[in-house]
Design a protein around this ligand. Structure first.
Ligand SMILES: [Zn+2]
Ligand SMILES: [Zn+2]
Length: 319
């Protein structure tokens, strides 16, 4: 554990106290040393936090608000921002996020924050849900199509949640038997959790984070169909099979990246506020902060679709 002291709050930043944070696939691949970046790094971005102070230039956010954050700075002025693709902002690497969220506090640029309806832990899924909503907007799955979701991890379960909300039927294939049983009880009867994908699908989402998952997606999408992957495969594969797997088949292929417009975060937060329920609560596990190391080590084989880590007790629960 490293400690750093807090400095004077800059005018446009908001000081937050983290309550809960999910383990993203990108955190996991970083933890496992699969990314070509400089270590040490601070991890965690899928969080719920409470505002404790605001800089003097911040409007519309006050202490006591509950918030989550987008990953990227959006300058609102570059060509991508102006064209509605602000997730690709030319300045998105500016990094105005002073810390990551397996920490006590951070000072975050106010423009990153999305207001939440409450401190409930499932709001930690806002950012990953915003990413699958962006992918889904491109795929446009409809109820009369055969839809396949590969992988029931954090992203797969978020997509399943969104598809169930719209009553768009789908199959979700998951290789871990206990995780498959977990997602099965949440998606039925709209969706169906399967051991194997059979036949052809009109649209396939690969959210497996694995080469085998991407290969399965390529094998199962029908010719003329749509294939959308969110797997980055850091350090796993060169994916050199990809062109051969898709060639001569007229496949529309998208490598979907984060969440599109800034408003997608608000859409995701609103969807969680509207439709999350006790059934979906079963797909997440919540571990205390002192089990952070083992939470990361166990994530790949966890029976739960997503692991959230409780960083601090919510307001009202504090003794
Ligand atoms: Zn993430
Ligand atoms: Zn920009």
């Amino acid at each position: 554990m490293r400690t750093r002291s807090l400095h004077t709050l800059p005018p446009r930043r908001v000081r937050v106290r983290f309550l809960c944070c999910g383990i993203c696939g990108s955190d996991l691949s970083t933890f496992e040393g699969r990314r070509e970046i400089d270590y040490p790094v601070s991890l965690g971005h899928e969080f719920v936090a409470e505002v404790v102070a605001v800089g003097e230039a911040v409007e519309g956010t006050a202490p006591g608000d509950f918030v989550t954050s987008d990953l990227n700075y959006r300058c609102c002025a570059c060509d991508h921002c102006r064209a509605g693709r602000s997730h690709l902002c030319r300045r998105r690497g500016d990094g105005l996020f002073s810390n990551r969220s397996f920490a006590e506090f951070a000072d975050i640029d106010a423009s990153y924050l999305t207001r939440l309806a409450g401190p409930q832990r499932h709001f930690a899924l806002t950012e990953p849900l915003s990413c699958v909503l962006h992918a889904k907007r491109w795929v446009r799955p409809t109820a009369d199509e055969r839809i396949l979701v590969v992988g029931a991890g954090g992203l797969g379960s978020c997509l399943a949640f969104a598809l169930c909300d719209e009553s768009v039927g789908f199959e979700i294939v998951e290789t871990l038997p206990r995780r498959r049983a977990t997602i099965a009880s949440a998606v039925e009867p709209v969706g169906r959790a399967v051991t194997r994908a059979e036949g052809e699908y009109d649209a396939v989402f690969d959210l497996s984070g694995s080469e085998s998952g991407l290969r399965l997606a390529c094998a199962r999408v029908r010719s003329g169909g749509r294939l959308c992957t969110m797997s980055h495969l850091d350090g796993y594969s060169k994916a050199d099979f990809l062109l051969a797997a898709l060639t001569r088949r007229d496949i529309a292929f998208k490598v979907s990246f984060i969440n599109g417009k800034r408003a997608t975060m608000d859409t995701a937060a609103a969807l969680l506020a509207k439709s999350w329920n006790s059934r979906w609560e079963q797909v997440i596990e919540v571990l205390p902060l002192d089990r952070l190391q083992s939470a990361f080590e166990a994530r790949r084989h966890s029976p739960y679709c997503q692991t959230l880590v409780e960083v601090a007790a919510p307001v009202g629960d504090r003794g």
